[in-house]
Design a protein around this ligand. Structure first.
Ligand SMILES: *Cc1c(COP(=O)(O)O)cnc(C)c1O
Length: 453
């Protein structure tokens, strides 16, 4: 995969559209080697634009949670600020100031009672997860060392619906994953099972505010209560980290009464993806710790290479400040009501689709925009011998729609689902087009693959 480009049987040279003859060097443009000399900027840009035509149409991509549309004004702002290096505090103190404002805005949005927190932007939730996980591991180790206890067998308790970034964290940093299965009818975990999975070597528990698989919120408040109970009974104090990659920018706006955030003292850190429902192009993510003490000092390193002294606790060093500036733009531009309106419009479309699909006997709606603007569908068991969600997905592909399908995690692995994410810009009109195609393709598959007209 790392060099998958080369596994295609490409010609050695880039194919040149006859339109550009005369603009590009004689003898062609090598595909896998640096060209010997320069070419005019228009020719280089045109060649690349042509190649990128082969990428799919992002508006028809129902798979991704990532932002695929932003306003022209902020596109211009992004272009103007792409050159700002977010770690260069000396050169770009104001960019760093905007980053700090964003952290504070999120801390406040996520109900921090005292408003004192630490946090930072990251390349996305995956980097944020690494930082959140490392902070938990270091804090656990510090506590154990103070008590003269061994520190060689840390474990992390995770729902089986977590994103790959969490098993990745465990693998990269030598932490044993302990899985909490999900179950029907809610397709989330059973919090009462949490205490039996935790012990003195548990560095933390992950709760997911909106699983990537089915878009369901874990019962974070009940998870916190179970961990409070565990501490009262046994003295074992296990922090909760909430992966709010998806829900962090939805639940506060649409369901402010759902308590999942810093209103729970058990929740020590939260991550989110600015480039999902934060409505910014890739890549920006965020992590916030409820109190500065939750971020161990050993993770913050100071660096003097760029002039003044910079305290950093990210995995990456240099990164463009533009996505952070774009995040701040959205905060100013939309405000609370604007974010709520966008998320509400998306969720309304999800609910509309769910209602219409409920009339089709052969599919079942597992998640239909109840909490997040996400739908998850399965084929009704009575129809499973006729077709699968995989068949449906390939039929939709013919019309240009990309709809991911997969089996649910262990314990529910016999159920395969299709997920549709409703993002900003997916209007009711586009939903009608999708419904028309869904109805036709489902009809086609129900009738054994014969075209009915
Ligand atoms: C997308 C996602 C991630 C990873 O986020 P990136 O921003 O793509 O790195 C982590 N957790 C959940 C729940 C996600 O949906």
């Amino acid at each position: 995969m790392l060099n998958h480009v080369q596994s295609h049987r490409w010609n050695e040279s880039v194919d040149i559209n006859p339109l550009y003859s005369g603009l590009v060097p004689d003898g062609g443009v090598p595909r896998f080697k640096l060209p010997a000399g320069p070419m005019p900027p228009d020719a280089a840009a045109a060649l690349i634009r042509d190649e990128l035509i082969l990428d799919g149409n992002a508006r028809l991509n129902m798979a991704t949670f990532c932002t695929t549309w932003m306003e022209p004004q902020v596109r211009a702002l992004i272009a103007e600020t792409l050159d700002r290096n977010i770690v260069d505090y000396d050169q770009y103190p104001q960019t760093v100031e905007l980053e700090a404002r964003c952290v504070n805005i999120l801390d406040n949005l996520w109900g921090d009672p005292d408003g004192v927190s630490v946090g930072c932007s990251t390349g996305g939730s995956s980097e944020a997860a690494m930082l959140g996980g490392l902070a938990m591991k270091f804090r656990w180790r510090e506590r154990r060392r103070e008590q003269g206890l061994p520190v060689d067998r840390p474990n992390l308790v995770l729902p089986t619906t977590v994103h790959t970034c969490w098993p990745k964290f465990c693998q990269y940093w030598d932490v044993e994953p302990r899985w909490m299965p999900i179950q029907q009818p809610d397709y989330t975990l059973d919090p009462s099972r949490l205490p039996e999975l935790c012990d003195e070597n548990t560095i933390g528990v992950i709760g997911v505010l909106g699983s990537t698989q089915v878009g369901k919120l874990d019962p974070i408040e009940r998870m916190a209560a179970e961990l409070d109970g565990l501490q009262q009974r046994t003295g074992i104090d296990v922090p909760l980290h909430v992966d709010a990659a998806i829900g962090g920018f939805v639940t506060p706006f649409l369901e402010p009464d759902v308590v999942w955030d810093f209103r729970l003292p058990r929740v020590q850190s939260i991550n989110t993806s600015g480039h999902k429902f934060g409505l910014v192009f890739p890549g920006v993510g965020w992590i916030v710790w409820q109190e500065p003490a939750a971020l161990p000092k050993e993770l913050v390193l100071s660096c003097e290479l760029l002039g003044g002294s910079v305290e950093t606790f990210t995995l990456n060093f240099s990164r463009s400040g533009a996505p952070v500036i774009a995040q701040y733009y959205n905060f100013l531009r939309l405000g609370f009501d604007g974010y709520r309106a966008v998320q509400q419009a998306c969720r309304d479309v999800a609910r509309y689709l769910a209602e219409e699909l409920a009339d089709i006997d052969s599919v079942q709606v597992i998640a239909g925009g109840e909490q997040l603007p996400v739908l998850a569908l399965r084929v009704h068991p009575d129809y499973e011998r006729r077709f699968t969600v995989f068949d449906l997905s390939s039929r939709l592909r013919l019309r240009g729609w990309q709809a991911p399908t997969y089996a649910l995690p262990p314990n529910l692995e016999h159920i395969s689902v299709m997920r549709l994410v409703i993002r900003n810009g997916f209007s009711r009109d586009v939903a009608e087009m999708l419904l028309t195609d869904l109805r036709r393709e489902i009809g086609y598959l129900e009738s054994g693959g014969r075209t009915t007209k």
